[in-house]
Structures are given as structure tokens and as C-alpha cells.
Design a protein around this ligand. Sequence first.
Ligand code: FES
Length: 126
Amino acid sequence: MDDMYREVILDHYKNPRNFGTLDPADISYEDDNPLCGDRIRIDLRLDENQRVKEVAFSGHGCAISQASASMLTEEILGKTLDEIRHIGKEQVLELLGIELGPVRLKCALLSLKVLKAGAYGLKEED
Ligand code: FES
């Protein structure tokens, strides 16, 4: 694992950007990583052009899941929902900058799964 990336990940884990909730939010979605049960919630507020003007995430999980959520929230500010729907997992992995095995991949992509579900307008099941 590259030390520089490891440091960036730890920094996001210890000092998560945009951590919290937005109430009210235009879009909220929450889901878990079925392998471990860790959950992430993402709230979005959109401007009049349907671009993300505020974003917050909450929940808990390992360093990789929290760091990727933190990085992703920074990445999507100003993006449209359509642009969010087109974010690929490669982009998230690029932000993290480390090689991940299949279990850690689920951790890394949890926030993207939540974000995309929200952008596609899915509603949480009660
Ligand atoms: Fe649960 Fe990583 S161990 S999200």
C-alpha cells in the first residue's frame, strides 16, 4: 500500500469531510454493506439547476468506507444527478489510490452504492 495514499485515507477517516446530516434534504438514502452490516447515509441538497449544493454523510464503518464516503462528498459538489449516475467505481478507487481485495472493495464502494441509489431516486424500504 502506498504510504501517501494511506495517509490521505487516514486523514479522511479521522477528519471526515461533510460528516453529518441535512434536514430537510432533497435526497436521502441509506444502505449497508451486507458483508459487515456497516451503514452509510447520504443527504443531498440541490440548487435550482439540480446541481449538488450541499452534501452530508453519516453512519459508521471501517476506515476505507468512511474515507471513500468523505472523498466522494467532496467530489460531487456542483455535480448534477446525471453526472453522479455516471460515476464509475474506478473513479472511487482512483480517489483512494490503493489496491483492494474483494472484501475491501465492498467497503470502498458502499458510499457510491448509496449515492447512486439516491441519484436514481430509489426510496429506502421501511
Ligand atoms: Fe464494514 Fe468496511 S468493514 S464497511
